[in-house]
Design a protein around this ligand. Structure first.
Ligand code: 13P
Length: 247
């Protein structure tokens, strides 16, 4: 059976002092968890968190990666640089990147490819806006977003993680119901199964206002293999309760 994955996305939050306290509390609190656990930290703090988490069960994740390998791309971080700091996972195509940085499905697919080439697991984020859901477009949107990644990455697709994050549930306190989330996860699983005979082992995470109170029900769904957690990942006790709910 595949292990669940609970990943925290700190977004643009943190400080040297706050990160130190949070990561130490997580490592002490989780011991040897039955699920995989990662935190996606802002790039300047990768080295700090890598140092504190060394030898622990807490894996390091980045929040973005460049589409370029190296060169004159001011402000970008390459997959090779992430690799040097022991990064195991990288978020690609988070809705905040799609929305505020104009990332297209193609850009997201290339980012996944760059990560895979360096042995870093891309966590490919997909999800519909409220307007798209209300227009009955949820399936079309998430399938289009995932199709671009499948198309470019072919048989490597079994090495990715997918996170379904409905945009209307992110940071709003409005979670998708377990049934709503499961319905979309089943669609994504079927799409992956058509592309890879190993689709069963691909972990599909749910993200969007997951918290200590609602995690267990979401994680009990057949095709929900973990969570991508924003706000609740900034509080050690909340994040530890979500990790406990995944066991
Ligand atoms: P919240 O858990 O704060 O809704 O954020 C979800 C998210 O965007 C994780 O990537």
């Amino acid at each position: 059976m595949k292990k669940k994955l609970i990943a925290g996305n700190w977004k643009m939050n943190g400080s040297l002092a706050a990160n130190d306290a949070l990561v130490r509390a997580l490592i002490a609190g989780m011991g040897q968890p039955a699920c995989d656990v990662a935190v996606a930290v802002p790039a300047p703090y990768l080295a700090q968190v890598a140092g504190i988490a060394a030898g622990s069960a807490l894996a390091l994740a980045a929040q973005d990666v460049s589409v370029h390998e190296a060169g004159a791309y001011t402000g970008e971080t390459s997959a090779a640089m992430l690799k040097e700091f022991g990064v195991r996972y990288v978020l690609v195509g988070h809705s905040e990147r799609r929305q505020y940085h104009g990332e297209s499905d193609t850009v997201v697919a290339v980012k996944a490819q760059r990560a895979l080439a360096l042995g870093i697991t891309p966590i490919v984020c997909v999800g519909e806006t409220l307007a798209e859901r209300e227009a009955g477009q949820t399936e079309v949107v998430v399938k289009r977003q995932l199709a671009a990644v499948i198309h470019l990455n072919g048989h490597c697709i079994s090495e990715i993680v997918v996170a379904y994050e409905p945009v209307w549930a992110i940071g709003t306190g409005r979670t998708a119901s377990p049934e709503q989330a499961q319905q979309v996860h089943a669609v994504l699983r079927a799409q992956l199964a058509a592309a890879s005979e190993h689709a069963d082992r691909i972990r599909l995470l749910y993200g969007g206002s997951m918290n200590a109170a609602n995690a267990a029900q979401l994680l009990a769904q057949a095709d929900i293999d973990g969570g991508l957690v924003g706000g609740a990942a900034l509080k050690a006790q909340d994040f530890l309760q979500i990790i406990a709910a995944a066991q």
